[in-house]
Design a protein around this ligand. Structure first.
Ligand code: NAD
Length: 490
């Protein structure tokens, strides 16, 4: 089904799309063409109040009493609905984000699989009974935390929404999710589908809006019990502050500057094209983009030449063309920020081997860019650029590469390419990152915890562990004795 252009989207509150009390309706643009895609309502404080009230009523009402088997059935239903509507969702996402449809199709598939994983994972929610001794019996209950506020960025609007929604709903929480104001469309469409498969009103509410106003208001809302945030480390730090009074449960999925390590004994016919993919899919706008390629010195010059040749030959263009390998960036403003980093690298003495100049025209395009002659202390090797820019850094040996890999404030992901399996495992244990790939470039699979060390955040998504972040554990103590306890002997 083709996407209806210039559709107007309301807020999704209490099971339906509604007009915003804020009166704020904005144009949503296609970054690859600069043309109008849709109009979408933005939530203000009164809208957030309505959404949180609907979520509270749901969790205190019918949704809170929905048995695990029924929650599982609904999650399977939503997985089916995402699958059945995959073409529409992929096209909408591709046009809204500017991302190549070939990548987005995989994301939509991942979105459905994620719901399916948590539909099964519901079965793992269970307390324990603890023999305490004597006539005392203890057992634990797992209860939903309550109302979860979830805030997601623009780079994977559908996938990030599903990563957040699925475990929260599996746990029995009700959700108020705030997408980025530039990319609200697929989350709103997903909520419509959730309503169609039977999720009750109030279980899912979607309130796009500006971060510092609407987002911060949602985080501070007294009836929100838990906050889950994906975005930049700077915003994560502000959200952590907002959650400190009153104390709220919090998980943070933040930025990254992930290393991709290539030893001379690696299978280079796999390592080089895979390393190219690991930075340029999503045009580098991925938290786990392997934006620092660390290469054993004996290999450095030939590696840079081969890598730059492949990068420079990537097909960049119309996101909806199935042959496109890299689409546009999210906006012209973001493209200019990316370009400023490349200029900074030039000033610091690094060499731009390919790319490095914005494409002309209406769209927010930036070419795959390779920067060589980089030292780890340079800004371009330390800061998250969040664009199609890679820095290639030489290393001497295992010890040296571990030092460089850990020499950033982030710790999200690392990939190691080597012909020596023992070395792969040694590095996996020494690199401070939440995820390490050995001889394969992929990162996210439902069931495998996804998240960071250091300033990449805390908490995990996609895993069974994630359920616990949406559950409270309650201990119940029972006396089975017929004698009174009377500890004071009164
Ligand atoms: P951002 O922090 O600017 O915004 C993310 C979200 O937070 C948006 O919805 C925004 O509106 C909202 N927001 C902004 N300020 C806020 C505030 N004061 N209070 C409440 N909400 C606020 O990030 P971005 O530039 O949109 O996204 C890119 C960042 O996200 C990158 O750093 C990337 O690494 C990170 N990211 C991390 C993961 C992960 O799983 N670790 C996944 C995707 C993206």
């Amino acid at each position: 089904m083709a996407v209806a252009t210039e559709r107007e989207y309301g807020l999704f509150i209490n099971g339906e799309l509604v007009e915003p009390a804020s009166g704020d309706v904005r144009e949503i643009m296609e970054p690859a063409t600069g043309s109008l895609l849709a109009r979408a309502a933005m939530a203000g404080e009164a809208d957030v109040d309505s959404a949180v009230a609907a979520a509270r009523a749901a969790v205190d009402g019918p949704w809170g009493k929905t048995p695990a088997t029924e929650r599982s059935r609904l999650l399977h239903g939503l997985a089916d609905a995402v699958g059945a509507n995959r073409k529409e969702l992929a096209e909408l996402e591709s046009r809204n984000v500017g991302k190549a449809i070939s990548s987005v199709k995989a994301e939509v598939h991942g979105a459905a699989e994620n719901f399916r994983f948590y539909a099964g994972a519901v079965a793992s929610i269970a307390g324990r009974s603890n023999p305490i001794g004597g006539s005392l019996l203890g057992y634990t209950l797992k209860e939903p935390v309550g109302v979860a506020a979830q805030i997601v960025p623009w780079n994977y609007p559908l996938l990030m929404a599903t990563w957040k929604l699925a475990p929260a709903l599996a746990a029995g929480c009700a959700v108020v999710l705030k997408p980025d104001p530039a990319t609200p469309l697929t989350a709103l469409r997903l909520a419509e589908l959730a309503g169609e498969v039977g999720f009750p009103p109030g279980a899912i509410n979607i309130v796009p809006g500006d971060g510092p106003s609407t987002g911060a208001y949602l985080v501070r809302h007294p009836d929100v019990d838990k906050v889950a945030f994906t975005g930049s480390t700077r915003t994560g730090s502000e959200i952590m502050r907002l959650c400190s009074e009153p104390i709220k449960r919090l998980t943070l999925e933040l930025g990254g500057k992930s290393p991709n390590i290539v030893f001379a004994d690696a299978d280079l016919d796999d390592a080089i094209p895979s390393s190219v993919w690991a930075i340029y899919y999503s045009a580098g706008q991925s938290c786990e983009a392997r934006s620092r390629v660390l290469v054993e010195r004996s290999l450095y010059d030939s590696f840079v030449a081969r890598f730059a040749g492949l990068a420079g030959g990537l097909r960049v263009g119309d996101p909806l063309d199935p042959g496109t390998q890299m689409g546009s960036l999210i906006s012209v403003t973001h493209r200019d920020k990316v370009h400023a980093f490349v200029d900074m690298a030039r000033e610091e003495g690094a060499e731009v081997v390919t790319g490095g100049e914005p494409a002309g025209g209406e769209g927010a395009f930036y070419p795959p860019t390779v920067i060589a002659g980089v030292e780890s202390r340079m800004v371009v090797a330390q800061e998250e650029i969040f664009g199609p820019v890679v820095t290639i850094i030489p290393f001497e040996d295992e010890r040296d590469v571990v030092r460089i890999a850990n020499d950033v404030k982030y710790g999200l992901m690392a990939t190691v390419w080597t012909g020596d399996p023992g070395r792969g495992h040694r590095l996996a244990s020494r690199i401070k990152a939440g995820m390490v790939g050995i001889n394969m470039p992929y990162t996210a699979f439902p069931g495998l915890p996804f998240g960071g060390y250091k300033q990449s955040g805390f908490g995990r998504e996609l895993g069974l562990e994630t359920l616990d972040l949406y559950l409270e554990t309650k201990s119940v103590l029972v006396s089975t004795s017929t004698k009174p306890a009377n500890p004071f002997g009164l």
